[in-house]
Ligand binder design. Structure first.
Ligand code: AMP
Length: 213
């Protein structure tokens, strides 16, 4: 099954992708994670991407399309995958359409006012990627991952100024994808506020319903 999780930064795409990955046994492809890894290793891709990511702008389409083309050549995607963070522009969606046919596009809807709080308090495990929040989802021990005891980090772009830029980029460049995929009858709208497990259950229910219809 080929799924896309679509929604603004902080909507819970990463959290839902991980739950779906465990359930459906297909990999999550997070372009943000791939880019952050490249930055950590200071590869040429990482150096280029950092300029854009630091200011909350999107990395240019040609770079992202090359990246996803490479990633989708890997054997682990043969039974499907969960896209998290790609495509983010109409051009990326069109390029993806040339190489893959998505079954479902899950649109996670969360109002902007919640997103700034979610993102600025977000902490992520540097080892396993599990997400926490300083108020809404506190780890048992401050700064330590409940799952693997890894260190919790704050993402460089999770500060209020950059968050506002990322939300602007989302509304301008990524929001149009909702209409793009609605025309193709792929979109499942999901209320992304509330309990992550409940949201996950409603995603699974909708996928099954859409598959039956
Ligand atoms: P994310 O982890 O998905 O929030 O992505 C973090 C940052 O990586 C974004 O703010 C962009 O700068 C960059 N990025 C990730 N995916 C894409 C994409 N598909 N197109 C352009 N930039 C991207």
């Amino acid at each position: 099954m080929k799924l896309l999780l679509l929604g603004p930064p902080g909507a819970g795409k990463g959290t839902q992708a991980k739950l779906l990955m465990d359930k459906l046994k297909i990999p999550q492809i997070s372009t943000g994670d791939i880019l952050r890894e490249a930055i950590k290793k200071t590869t040429p891709l990482g150096k280029k991407a950092k300029e854009f990511m630091d200011r909350g702008a999107l990395v240019p389409d040609n770079i992202m399309v090359d990246l996803i083309n490479e990633r989708l050549k890997n054997q682990d995607v043969k039974d499907g995958y969960i896209l998290d963070g790609f495509p983010r522009t109409i051009q990326q969606a069109e390029e993806l359409g040339n190489i893959a046919n998505l079954e479902h596009v899950i649109q996670l809807k969360v109002p902007d006012k919640d997103l700034i709080n979610r993102l600025s308090g977000r902490r992520t495990c540097e080892k396993c990627g599990e997400a926490f929040h300083v108020e809404l989802n506190r780890p048992k021990r401050d700064g330590v991952c409940d799952k693997c005891n890894g260190k919790l980090m704050q993402r460089a772009d999770d500060n209020v100024d950059v968050i506002k830029k990322r939300l602007e980029a989302y509304h301008l460049q990524t929001d149009p994808l909702v209409g793009y995929y609605q025309k193709r009858k792929k979109v499942i709208e999901i209320d992304g506020t509330g309990n992550p497990k409940e949201i996950f259950r409603s995603i699974l229910r909708s996928i099954n319903q859409q598959a039956d219809s």
